[in-house]
Design a protein around this ligand. Structure first.
Ligand code: IPT
Length: 271
Protein backbone atom coordinates (compact mmCIF):
# COMPACT_ATOMS: atom_id res chain seq x y z
CA UNK A 1 0.00 0.00 0.00
CA UNK A 2 0.89 3.64 -0.46
CA UNK A 3 -0.49 6.43 1.70
CA UNK A 4 -0.59 10.07 0.69
CA UNK A 5 0.05 13.00 3.03
CA UNK A 6 -1.23 16.43 2.03
CA UNK A 7 0.47 18.81 4.42
CA UNK A 8 0.84 22.46 5.17
CA UNK A 9 4.28 24.13 5.13
CA UNK A 10 6.97 21.62 6.18
CA UNK A 11 9.36 24.41 7.09
CA UNK A 12 7.26 24.68 10.26
CA UNK A 13 8.42 22.42 13.08
CA UNK A 14 5.10 20.80 14.00
CA UNK A 15 3.99 19.66 10.53
CA UNK A 16 7.48 18.34 9.75
CA UNK A 17 7.63 16.39 13.03
CA UNK A 18 4.16 15.03 12.36
CA UNK A 19 5.16 13.95 8.84
CA UNK A 20 8.28 12.30 10.24
CA UNK A 21 6.30 10.38 12.88
CA UNK A 22 3.81 9.20 10.26
CA UNK A 23 6.55 8.04 7.95
CA UNK A 24 8.25 6.11 10.77
CA UNK A 25 5.04 4.29 11.73
CA UNK A 26 4.04 3.63 8.11
CA UNK A 27 7.45 2.12 7.37
CA UNK A 28 7.16 -0.17 10.42
CA UNK A 29 3.94 -1.49 8.92
CA UNK A 30 5.49 -1.82 5.46
CA UNK A 31 3.65 1.13 3.88
CA UNK A 32 4.99 3.90 1.71
CA UNK A 33 4.16 7.55 2.29
CA UNK A 34 4.18 10.11 -0.51
CA UNK A 35 3.94 13.76 0.43
CA UNK A 36 2.35 16.71 -1.27
CA UNK A 37 2.99 20.05 0.42
CA UNK A 38 0.82 23.10 -0.03
CA UNK A 39 2.40 26.51 0.29
CA UNK A 40 -0.65 28.70 0.64
CA UNK A 41 -3.63 28.08 2.86
CA UNK A 42 -6.54 27.80 0.47
CA UNK A 43 -9.12 25.22 -0.47
CA UNK A 44 -7.81 25.34 -4.05
CA UNK A 45 -4.26 24.51 -2.93
CA UNK A 46 -5.52 21.64 -0.80
CA UNK A 47 -7.58 20.28 -3.72
CA UNK A 48 -4.53 20.41 -5.97
CA UNK A 49 -2.45 18.51 -3.39
CA UNK A 50 -5.11 15.81 -2.94
CA UNK A 51 -5.57 15.46 -6.70
CA UNK A 52 -1.83 15.06 -7.08
CA UNK A 53 -1.85 12.26 -4.48
CA UNK A 54 -4.83 10.55 -6.11
CA UNK A 55 -3.11 10.62 -9.50
CA UNK A 56 -0.30 8.67 -7.81
CA UNK A 57 -2.89 6.02 -6.93
CA UNK A 58 -2.55 6.21 -3.15
CA UNK A 59 -4.73 3.88 -1.07
CA UNK A 60 -5.62 6.47 1.58
CA UNK A 61 -4.83 10.08 2.42
CA UNK A 62 -3.85 12.02 5.53
CA UNK A 63 -4.70 15.71 5.42
CA UNK A 64 -2.71 17.97 7.73
CA UNK A 65 -4.03 21.26 6.40
CA UNK A 66 -6.18 23.62 8.50
CA UNK A 67 -9.69 23.44 7.07
CA UNK A 68 -13.05 24.95 8.02
CA UNK A 69 -15.93 22.48 8.31
CA UNK A 70 -17.16 23.46 4.87
CA UNK A 71 -13.77 23.01 3.25
CA UNK A 72 -13.20 19.69 5.03
CA UNK A 73 -16.52 18.47 3.60
CA UNK A 74 -15.45 19.57 0.14
CA UNK A 75 -12.16 17.67 0.42
CA UNK A 76 -13.90 14.58 1.83
CA UNK A 77 -16.19 14.66 -1.22
CA UNK A 78 -13.26 15.04 -3.57
CA UNK A 79 -11.76 11.88 -2.02
CA UNK A 80 -14.96 9.91 -2.66
CA UNK A 81 -14.38 6.31 -1.58
CA UNK A 82 -10.74 6.87 -0.79
CA UNK A 83 -10.27 6.83 3.01
CA UNK A 84 -9.26 10.34 4.14
CA UNK A 85 -8.10 11.22 7.66
CA UNK A 86 -8.10 14.89 8.73
CA UNK A 87 -5.63 16.29 11.28
CA UNK A 88 -6.40 20.01 11.47
CA UNK A 89 -10.15 20.53 11.65
CA UNK A 90 -12.70 21.53 14.28
CA UNK A 91 -13.44 18.72 16.80
CA UNK A 92 -17.08 19.13 15.68
CA UNK A 93 -16.30 18.54 11.97
CA UNK A 94 -18.19 15.58 10.58
CA UNK A 95 -15.20 13.83 8.98
CA UNK A 96 -12.74 11.06 9.93
CA UNK A 97 -10.24 12.91 12.15
CA UNK A 98 -7.53 12.68 14.81
CA UNK A 99 -6.90 15.88 16.75
CA UNK A 100 -5.42 17.19 19.95
CA UNK A 101 -8.17 18.78 22.01
CA UNK A 102 -7.63 22.54 21.52
CA UNK A 103 -9.83 23.47 24.48
CA UNK A 104 -7.87 21.21 26.80
CA UNK A 105 -4.54 22.75 25.69
CA UNK A 106 -5.75 26.33 25.94
CA UNK A 107 -7.20 25.72 29.37
CA UNK A 108 -4.02 24.06 30.69
CA UNK A 109 -1.93 27.07 29.64
CA UNK A 110 -4.24 29.63 31.23
CA UNK A 111 -4.74 27.63 34.44
CA UNK A 112 -0.98 27.26 34.84
CA UNK A 113 -0.44 31.03 34.63
CA UNK A 114 -3.37 31.78 36.94
CA UNK A 115 -2.10 29.27 39.50
CA UNK A 116 1.21 31.18 39.54
CA UNK A 117 -0.75 34.35 40.33
CA UNK A 118 -0.63 36.09 36.93
CA UNK A 119 -3.41 38.55 36.08
CA UNK A 120 -1.76 40.80 33.49
CA UNK A 121 -1.66 38.31 30.65
CA UNK A 122 -0.99 39.12 26.98
CA UNK A 123 -1.74 36.66 24.19
CA UNK A 124 0.00 35.96 20.90
CA UNK A 125 -2.19 33.88 18.61
CA UNK A 126 -1.35 31.96 15.44
CA UNK A 127 -2.69 33.10 12.05
CA UNK A 128 -6.46 33.43 12.34
CA UNK A 129 -6.91 31.75 8.94
CA UNK A 130 -5.96 28.52 10.75
CA UNK A 131 -8.77 26.73 12.54
CA UNK A 132 -6.40 25.52 15.28
CA UNK A 133 -5.10 29.03 15.90
CA UNK A 134 -8.68 30.26 16.26
CA UNK A 135 -9.71 27.44 18.61
CA UNK A 136 -6.68 27.98 20.90
CA UNK A 137 -7.45 31.70 21.01
CA UNK A 138 -11.13 31.05 21.80
CA UNK A 139 -10.11 28.56 24.49
CA UNK A 140 -7.79 31.11 26.11
CA UNK A 141 -10.45 33.83 26.08
CA UNK A 142 -13.08 31.49 27.47
CA UNK A 143 -10.88 30.20 30.30
CA UNK A 144 -9.69 33.71 31.19
CA UNK A 145 -13.29 34.96 31.17
CA UNK A 146 -14.26 32.26 33.66
CA UNK A 147 -11.83 34.01 36.01
CA UNK A 148 -13.09 37.48 35.02
CA UNK A 149 -9.90 38.29 33.17
CA UNK A 150 -9.49 39.74 29.69
CA UNK A 151 -6.06 39.69 28.03
CA UNK A 152 -4.21 42.97 28.55
CA UNK A 153 -2.97 42.88 24.94
CA UNK A 154 -3.48 40.70 21.86
CA UNK A 155 -1.32 40.22 18.77
CA UNK A 156 -1.44 37.74 15.90
CA UNK A 157 1.58 35.98 14.42
CA UNK A 158 2.00 33.49 11.56
CA UNK A 159 3.51 30.54 13.58
CA UNK A 160 7.10 31.54 12.70
CA UNK A 161 9.82 32.56 15.18
CA UNK A 162 10.25 35.80 13.21
CA UNK A 163 6.61 36.73 13.76
CA UNK A 164 6.91 35.84 17.44
CA UNK A 165 9.83 38.24 17.75
CA UNK A 166 8.07 41.09 15.91
CA UNK A 167 4.72 40.70 17.66
CA UNK A 168 6.34 40.39 21.09
CA UNK A 169 8.07 43.74 20.56
CA UNK A 170 4.63 45.25 19.89
CA UNK A 171 3.25 43.64 23.06
CA UNK A 172 6.16 44.89 25.14
CA UNK A 173 5.92 48.42 23.73
CA UNK A 174 2.27 48.96 24.53
CA UNK A 175 1.41 50.79 27.76
CA UNK A 176 -0.35 48.00 29.70
CA UNK A 177 1.99 46.33 32.16
CA UNK A 178 2.14 42.58 31.55
CA UNK A 179 3.59 39.73 33.58
CA UNK A 180 2.98 36.79 31.25
CA UNK A 181 2.55 35.96 27.57
CA UNK A 182 0.51 33.03 26.29
CA UNK A 183 1.95 32.00 22.92
CA UNK A 184 0.12 29.76 20.43
CA UNK A 185 3.21 27.72 19.45
CA UNK A 186 6.81 27.07 20.45
CA UNK A 187 8.37 28.56 17.33
CA UNK A 188 6.75 31.93 18.03
CA UNK A 189 7.78 31.53 21.69
CA UNK A 190 11.39 31.23 20.52
CA UNK A 191 11.10 34.68 18.94
CA UNK A 192 9.30 36.01 22.02
CA UNK A 193 12.18 34.91 24.27
CA UNK A 194 14.64 36.86 22.14
CA UNK A 195 12.43 39.95 22.11
CA UNK A 196 12.00 39.90 25.89
CA UNK A 197 15.74 39.46 26.33
CA UNK A 198 16.53 42.39 24.02
CA UNK A 199 13.96 44.47 25.86
CA UNK A 200 16.04 43.98 28.99
CA UNK A 201 13.54 41.88 30.92
CA UNK A 202 14.26 38.55 32.55
CA UNK A 203 12.32 35.31 31.91
CA UNK A 204 10.74 34.06 34.09
CA UNK A 205 11.48 36.56 36.91
CA UNK A 206 9.87 39.55 35.17
CA UNK A 207 7.86 37.93 32.39
CA UNK A 208 6.60 34.38 32.07
CA UNK A 209 6.29 32.80 28.62
CA UNK A 210 4.39 29.64 27.80
CA UNK A 211 4.38 27.94 24.39
CA UNK A 212 2.29 25.27 22.71
CA UNK A 213 3.45 22.08 20.88
CA UNK A 214 6.53 20.86 22.77
CA UNK A 215 8.54 20.31 19.60
CA UNK A 216 11.81 18.36 19.71
CA UNK A 217 13.93 21.44 20.40
CA UNK A 218 11.81 23.26 22.97
CA UNK A 219 13.72 21.88 25.96
CA UNK A 220 16.85 23.56 24.53
CA UNK A 221 15.49 27.08 24.16
CA UNK A 222 16.93 29.52 26.71
CA UNK A 223 15.52 29.26 29.26
CA UNK A 224 14.04 25.79 28.57
CA UNK A 225 10.45 26.42 27.48
CA UNK A 226 7.37 25.69 29.55
CA UNK A 227 4.76 24.54 27.06
CA UNK A 228 1.65 22.54 26.24
CA UNK A 229 2.67 19.21 24.80
CA UNK A 230 1.04 17.74 21.71
CA UNK A 231 2.60 14.30 21.39
CA UNK A 232 3.39 14.24 17.68
CA UNK A 233 4.87 10.72 17.80
CA UNK A 234 1.62 9.44 19.24
CA UNK A 235 -0.32 11.39 16.62
CA UNK A 236 1.76 9.86 13.81
CA UNK A 237 1.39 6.38 15.26
CA UNK A 238 -2.37 6.61 15.82
CA UNK A 239 -3.15 8.28 12.53
CA UNK A 240 -1.34 5.62 10.49
CA UNK A 241 -2.84 2.79 12.57
CA UNK A 242 -6.35 4.11 12.19
CA UNK A 243 -6.10 4.96 8.51
CA UNK A 244 -4.71 1.49 7.76
CA UNK A 245 -7.49 -0.10 9.77
CA UNK A 246 -9.92 1.93 7.71
CA UNK A 247 -8.44 0.64 4.44
CA UNK A 248 -9.38 -2.86 5.51
CA UNK A 249 -12.75 -2.29 7.13
CA UNK A 250 -14.09 0.94 5.59
CA UNK A 251 -15.48 1.46 9.08
CA UNK A 252 -17.60 4.22 10.50
CA UNK A 253 -15.52 7.40 10.74
CA UNK A 254 -17.31 8.53 13.91
CA UNK A 255 -16.06 5.46 15.73
CA UNK A 256 -12.47 5.61 14.57
CA UNK A 257 -12.05 9.37 15.07
CA UNK A 258 -9.99 10.34 18.10
CA UNK A 259 -9.51 13.39 20.33
CA UNK A 260 -6.08 13.24 21.99
CA UNK A 261 -5.30 15.06 25.25
CA UNK A 262 -2.53 17.64 25.63
CA UNK A 263 -0.37 18.04 28.74
CA UNK A 264 1.49 20.81 30.55
CA UNK A 265 5.29 20.49 30.47
CA UNK A 266 6.75 22.75 33.16
CA UNK A 267 10.27 23.94 32.40
CA UNK A 268 11.89 27.29 33.20
CA UNK A 269 10.05 30.10 31.42
CA UNK A 270 7.18 30.44 33.88
CA UNK A 271 7.21 31.43 37.54
C1 IPT B 1 -0.05 23.11 14.55
C2 IPT B 1 1.08 23.57 15.45
O1 IPT B 1 0.66 23.59 16.78
C3 IPT B 1 1.55 24.95 15.06
O2 IPT B 1 2.75 25.20 15.74
C4 IPT B 1 1.77 25.11 13.55
O3 IPT B 1 2.96 24.44 13.19
C5 IPT B 1 0.59 24.55 12.80
O4 IPT B 1 0.31 23.21 13.19
C6 IPT B 1 0.81 24.57 11.30
O5 IPT B 1 -0.40 24.33 10.66
S1 IPT B 1 -0.38 21.40 14.93
C7 IPT B 1 -1.73 20.99 13.90
C8 IPT B 1 -1.89 19.50 13.86
C9 IPT B 1 -2.98 21.61 14.46
Amino acid sequence: YTLGLATTELALHAPSQIASAMKTRANQLGFNVVISMIDNLSLAACRTAVNELMSQRVDGVLINVPLSNEDADAIAQLCGNLPALFLDVDPQADVFKILFDPHCGAEQGVEHLLALGHQQIAVLTGPLGSISARLRYEGWLKTLAMHNITPCAVQHGDWSAASGYQQALLLLNQPARLTAILVANDQMALGVLRAVHEFGLRVPEQISVIGYDDTEDSAFFFPPLTTIKQDFRLLGHESINRLVEHLHTHGDHQQSSLLLPTSLVERHTTA
